[in-house]
Ligand binder design. Structure first.
Ligand SMILES: Nc1ncnc2c1ncn2[C@@H]1O[C@H](COP(=O)(O)OP(=O)(O)OP(=O)(O)O)[C@@H](O)[C@H]1O
Ligand SMILES: [Mg+2]
Length: 340
């Protein structure tokens, strides 16, 4: 896999080409100060209202560091504030509203799939920038996009292409996991299709194998084949309850992309392609083979520890902001429901 292939699979590259066949989305350039904020794990800004000075504390493993911060039980004397991005915030809110008020967030390549457990709704559904920040700051997948998008490329000697980071907001859509499939294309030929959520056995996938396979092949030949910048790539689709096929994402043809029930060895060697006429189709065949969710291992450890110890203050602040607004909503509801 070459760096150029990774560049081509950025959302803003493929979206304009396949706009008609995918979920409505908006792309906002990510300002550098927001990128810095997302990558910053240890800067804490403490301001006391009784004196107008700000103390900036960097997490530098100094065991005495905490002593410099004046924590207080009295809410009126000490406040902890995260940086604010008023202009960017209003652009994001406007975009969220124009997409119906609920969105699915991504960066150039990845969604924070490994961080959904931290959200109050345990989902990637967001309706504010605080929601998005909390997920992004807790996600290793997002950090990968920001810091080493070309790590697994074979042409390491060539200079890294310049990346303009972008926040992708996709209209929230309730996708039934059993309707999602990953499709592997080599030399512009659809060689393999796999059930995306291979951790579950879906009876209808098993029953509709032939129809699904045919629908995907048709979708590929009519709308995808020869229209992308590369001849090797992986695309994800969703087949809705009416049988209509939607494009969900495009991914590089290589190790960075999860090959699910295939192996990259099989896919690249031609072993799969040479076996039969049409694409190879794989799905989980029985409940016996059901596996734990691959994102399970991302839960709890570091983020929760940081949240509970307050090591990453921003994350804690985003979390508390969310808690606060949720509580306020509840209070309003209670007032509304209170007997007159
Ligand atoms: N607009 C949306 N609304 C709701 N859920 C979505 C939306 N888009 C994607 N999803 C869900 O999130 C999952 C991950 O989305 P997506 O493929 O865009 O992320 P990704 O980071 O590129 O994943 P991967 O690393 O596997 O390529 C999808 O399989 C789908 O279940
Ligand atoms: Mg993807």
């Amino acid at each position: 896999m070459k760096k150029e292939q990774v560049v081509n699979c950025q959302f803003s590259v493929w979206y304009p080409i396949f706009k008609k066949h995918t979920i409505k989305s908006l792309i906002l350039p990510l300002p550098q100060n927001v990128i810095d904020y997302l990558l910053d794990d240890g800067t804490l800004v403490v301001s006391g209202s009784d004196h107008n000075t700000q103390q900036t504390q960097t997490n530098n493993n100094d065991s005495d560091a905490e002593e410099d911060i004046q924590w207080s039980d009295d809410e009126t004397t000490t406040t902890v504030t995260a940086p604010e991005f008023p202009e960017f915030t209003s652009k994001v809110l406007e975009a969220i509203n124009s997409l119906g008020g609920r969105i699915f967030p991504k960066l150039n390549w990845s969604a924070p799939r490994d961080a959904n457990w931290i959200a109050l709704n345990s989902s990637l559904q967001c309706d504010s920038l605080s929601d998005i920040f909390l997920l992004f700051k807790s996600s290793d997948f997002i950090t990968h996009d920001l810091t080493q998008p070309f790590r697994q490329c074979s042409d390491q000697d060539s200079p890294d292409p310049v990346i303009n980071y972008e926040l992708v907001l996709r209209k929230w859509s309730e996708l039934i996991p059993g309707g999602e499939f990953r499709c592997f294309v080599k030399e512009n030929k659809l060689i393999a299709i796999c059930q995306r959520d291979y951790t579950q056995y879906y009876q209808h996938v098993f029953k509709q194998e032939e129809q699904t396979c045919q629908a995907i092949q048709e979708f590929f030949s009519q709308h995808i084949q020869y229209n992308f910048l590369d001849e090797d790539f992986v695309f994800d689709i969703y087949r809705d309850s009416q049988g209509r096929v939607w494009l969900i994402d495009l991914n590089p043809f290589g190790e960075v992309t999860d090959s699910l029930l295939f192996s990259w060895e099989e896919l690249t060697s031609g072993e799969v392609a040479n076996q039969q006429e049409g694409p190879a189709f794989r799905h989980t065949t029985s409940e016996v083979t059901v596996q734990p969710s691959p994102c399970l291992s991302y839960r709890i450890p570091r983020d929760f520890l940081e949240l509970s110890t307050g090591e990453d203050a921003y994350k804690l602040i985003d979390f508390l902001k969310l808690k606060k607004s949720q509580q306020e909503e509840l209070e309003v509801e209670e007032e509304e429901n209170a007997p007159q």
